[in-house]
Design a protein around this ligand. Structure first.
Ligand code: NAG
Ligand code: NAG
Ligand code: NAG
Ligand code: NAG
Ligand code: NAG
Ligand code: NAG
Length: 814
């Protein structure tokens, strides 16, 4: 999310704005250091508040909400429709800032959260795409738990809100997407497991409906294009088939609401089939609140309502835009649009006050579940958390562990990795990402890079970021300002060079001045590679290459990186280890095929402890087990396929190859699920049925005529499940974890996926140990596919299960 860019702006505007902003921040910076939390019903200060029903925590939330709404004037109500919510001092309600973020750690992005000398940073976990690569659902939840503990601790000292607009669970449909790094990848099942797991970690209190913090699944829906060749997210109309909608774009959101019980969903900037998502009553009121029964609030991106009025011209007047959004089911507007235009919409008869009541009731109910209306939080659950609970040793250790678990080993010639720290007397460490800090964080993290004496300015970072977001596209110079001011300082950093140097003596050359690598410094790099016992090249991308508001054009390594790698590899004395730091996949076919390159690791953006985790894998202190959560395509894919084509399925008539491992028919560089270990794991099928019969009632039409499929709602397939058991053995000499993927290929009708993931389980096995891994397969849920009209069906006939190289055929009949 970000405020909109103004493409017509001039450089002078940038500097003038920056000046005013600095001035504004300076003069309004008091209070940023805040020591006390924001909450309502402070009966300590004002005992009369105890008489209000909405302050009485022994009443039911719905009763309290009704009591509160009845006491408000129309103007006051409208103040609760926007992220900077109004205060009503006669009722003891302070202003509340709804916008905080915690994509992979508590983040400065969003005016609800600040860092200060009291809490100078928070634990920064790997960027989500790497955490997803761990395929470890326990880890997803464990990270969420740590993040919400740090968030509550910061709330208690007035530095954070309680409502966090994370996670981002959009499907990573195209490798060029600058925000793909924020997501759990391309697979609907993995995205669902990640989203619901992280949300549970953030939200769960163990106390019924109460929330630790409120999470938000975004950006609903079919949002995965930021800015590509002049197509930007504020104007993009995603044309999506019913079939792709049902089996690709919607499943993570459905799971987030139903399995994760998330407290919020955010609608996106783009249109879907001609309707802005935040103005679509079918998508919001119909699906999220109606079908999925969201218990929480629906919020707009910042500021989607303004965008669909001003940029998309979806309505004629701003009042109509306000009415359309609220009637569609929007409850909260990130931005100011509804604050400005809702009253006129009511006066003009476009909207009844009851529509506003419904929206703010959802917002209030969420705040009540967070105990915002229960008085002094220091006396409540989580009231004892404070600055000492942020950046603890255990929390930082989990950040390192998450990076270790996610790192993917893509190539490993015999005798290369792991390197032995006792035999390597010198290690050449080369490349533009070899000694980076901020790059490891990706986006949506950290605090402003201002010295402690200026810590009070930290609260203005969000504002800086917005101004710079407006202008960053203008030139590289602005981008450097952006990077300087807005990239973060988490608890601390361990760079790859520092991580490696902790085990062996190193020689270091950056090789290029930055990842753009306009001119590689090849000779100096070759020099150290020729001397050292082994060479580690750390290359890839950073936020200048792929980020919010910036999609890639090419998916090759930037500039002269490829030349640097090839030349260094030729000159190296010892084995060459190539480490790719990036969010999106890279066309590194050249390195895959180069015999001089012994090993390849993909490390995502590995977070604050990334360098330590990379060293743990390279020296074999940790046996790698990460698997790619997305397909790596060759450059030819992006040369041919427009990013704007949303279709998942191939089209033989146009040569369109389709997208992701489920549909893509072309050449790949690496596959979804690829990833090696230092051990070999063998699978053996122990149990799986060959036949599954769906019992249909007598007289069912499929008894008398041949059916290809049955409808999902038929009773026969409900609660019908079977087990698949596999024995998995670690054949190696090192302990390690291994992810077992259970895929299925359905009979080929309805343009079904080539194969899709039914389940995954990660197991830890010591050397030579074996274990039985069990999957429960639900016939209705797991074996069904979506037909061209978007309805789910169980296809009769032969379904082929795959686990690694094992296949097993399963006949589904009636
Ligand atoms: C709060 O509500 C409970 C349950 O209705 C009631 O017994 C109690 O008197 C109320 N407390 C106050 C201070 O009104
Ligand atoms: C409450 O809101 C009013 C305007 O609605 C503003 O003048 C006042 O400063 C606010 N008070 C606080 C404590 O935020
Ligand atoms: C407002 O309420 C009236 C009476 O309940 C209803 O007839 C009308 O359709 C409502 N208008 C809107 C815009 O919801
Ligand atoms: C590597 O980066 C760290 C942290 O930014 C810095 O302190 C150190 O001087 C750098 N090392 C080299 C050899 O440049
Ligand atoms: C993409 O690669 C082509 C050559 O393959 C090059 O001409 C072009 O400059 C590259 N574009 C970008 C944005 O890097
Ligand atoms: C999954 O992650 C948790 C938390 O870090 C860890 O304890 C567990 O060992 C991991 N599971 C496997 C199979 O690696």
């Amino acid at each position: 999310m970000a405020f909109r860019e103004n493409r017509a702006s001039k450089s002078s505007v940038f500097f003038v704005s920056l000046f005013y902003l600095l001035f504004f921040c300076y003069s309004s910076s008091k209070g940023v250091l805040g020591q006390s939390p924001v909450f309502a019903c402070d009966t300590g200060k004002n005992p009369d508040l105890g008489d209000f029903g909405f302050c009485n925590s022994s009443l039911e939330i719905a009763v309290r909400v009704d009591d509160l709404v009845k006491r408000l004037t129309l103007k006051e109500k409208i103040g609760f429709l926007v992220n900077k919510a109004g205060n009503v001092s006669r009722l003891g309600i302070p202003s509340y800032e709804w916008w905080s973020e915690a994509l992979h750690g508590v983040s400065y992005v969003g005016p609800g959260t600040h860092f200060s000398s009291v809490v100078p940073g928070a634990t920064s976990f790997p960027q989500v795409i790497l955490t997803a690569a761990s395929f470890n659902t326990t880890l997803f939840e464990a990270i969420g738990k740590v993040v919400s503990t740090e968030a509550r601790a910061m709330y208690n000292v007035g530095l954070a809100g309680l409502t966090f607009w994370s996670p981002n669970i959009n499907i990573f449909r195209d490798p060029r997407w600058g925000r793909g790094q924020e997501t759990p990848g391309e697979d609907p099942l993995l995205s669902s497991k990640y989203g619901s797991g992280y949300v549970r970690g953030l939200q769960q209190t163990g106390d019924g409906d109460r929330l630790k913090v409120a999470a938000c699944c975004k950006h609903y829906t079919a949002y995965d294009l930021d800015d590509w060749k002049g197509n930007d997210r504020y104007h993009f109309n995603a044309e999506v088939t019913k079939q792709d909608m049902d089996d690709t774009f919607q499943p993570p959101f459905k799971s987030c609401v139903i399995d994760g019980n998330v407290a919020s969903v955010m609608c996106s900037y783009n249109q879907v089939n001609g309707i802005p998502t935040c103005a679509d009553p079918d998508l919001l009121a119909g699906v999220i609140r109606g079908e999925w029964q969201l218990n929480g609030y629906i919020v707009s991106d910042c500021d989607s309502v303004d965008v669909f009025y001003n940029s998309q011209h979806y309505t004629k007047t701003p009042e109509e835009a306000a009415a359309v959004a609220i009637l569609a089911g929007l409850d909260l507007n990130c931005g100011t649009f509804l604050g400005q235009h809702t009253e006129a919409a009511v006066k003009g008869g476009l909207l009844n006050e009851s529509g506003i009541d419904k929206a703010i009731s959802n917002n209030f109910a969420t705040l009540m579940r967070l105990s915002f209306f229960d008085g002094d939080p220091s006396k409540l659950h989580y009231g004892k958390l404070g600055p000492d609970d942020v950046c603890t040793t255990e929390n930082q250790e989990l950040a390192r562990e998450a990076a270790r678990q996610g790192i993917v080993l893509l190539k490993n010639n015999v005798g290369s990795l792991p390197l032995s720290p006792t035999t390597i007397k010198s290690l050449a460490v080369i490349g533009p990402n070899a000694n980076v800090t901020k790059t490891m964080i990706g986006n949506y993290e950290g605090i402003c890079n201002v010295p402690t004496v200026f810590a009070y300015l930290a609260g203005c970072c969000t504002l800086y970021r917005h101004v710079s977001n407006h202008y960053e596209e203008q030139s590289k110079a602005y981008f450097n300002i952006y990077m300087f001011m807005f990239s973060g300082t988490p608890c601390k950093y361990t760079t790859p060079l520092q991580g490696l140097t902790a085990s062996v003596p190193t020689l270091y050359q950056p090789g290029c001045s930055d990842v753009a690598c306009i001119t590689a410094q090849i000779d100096d790099s070759k020099g150290i590679a020729a001397k050292a016992d082994a060479t580690v090249l750390v290359v890839g991308a950073d936020q200048s290459i792929e980020r919010e508001s910036h999609d890639r054009i090419n998916i090759t390594l930037p500039g002269q990186q490829e030349l640097l790698i090839t030349e260094v590899a030729k000159a190296s004395k010892g084995p060459v280890i190539l480490v790719i730091m990036s969010g999106g996949g890279m066309d590194i076919s050249f390195a895959k095929d180069d015999d001089n390159i012994a090993s390849i690791l993909w490390v995502g953006y590995p977070g604050e402890a990334g360098g330590a985790a990379i060293a743990d894998v390279i020296f074999g202190y940790h046996n790698p087990s990460g698997r790619l959560p997305m397909t790596w395509y060759p450059q030819a894919f992006v040369d041919k396929v427009p990013m704007t084509n949303m279709n998942m399925r191939p089209d033989p008539t146009t040569g369109y190859p389709g997208r992701t491992y489920r549909f893509y028919t072309g050449k790949t560089v690496y596959l979804f699920g690829d990833g090696l270990s230092y051990s070999e794991f063998k699978h053996h099928l122990v149990q799986a049925p060959e036949l599954v019969s769906i019992p249909l009632e007598e007289g069912h039409i499929c008894h008398s005529q041949k059916c290809m499929s049955i409808e999902l709602f038929e009773k026969g397939c409900q609660n019908l499940a079977f087990d698949v058991h596999l024995r998995v053995k670690n054949m190696g000499v090192m302990s390690g974890s291994h992810t077992v993927f259970l895929f299925t290929t359905p009979p080929s009708i309805y343009n079904s996926p080539k194969k899709h993931l039914l389940g995954f389980e990660k197991v830890f096995l010591t050397a030579q140990k074996e274990e039985v891994v069990k999957f429960k397969v639900d016939v209705c849920k797991d074996l069904s596919v979506t037909d061209e009209l978007g309805s789910r069906k169980v296809v009769l006939g032969s379904h082929v299960l795959h686990v690694g190289s094992l296949t097993h055929s399963l006949n589904v009949r009636i």
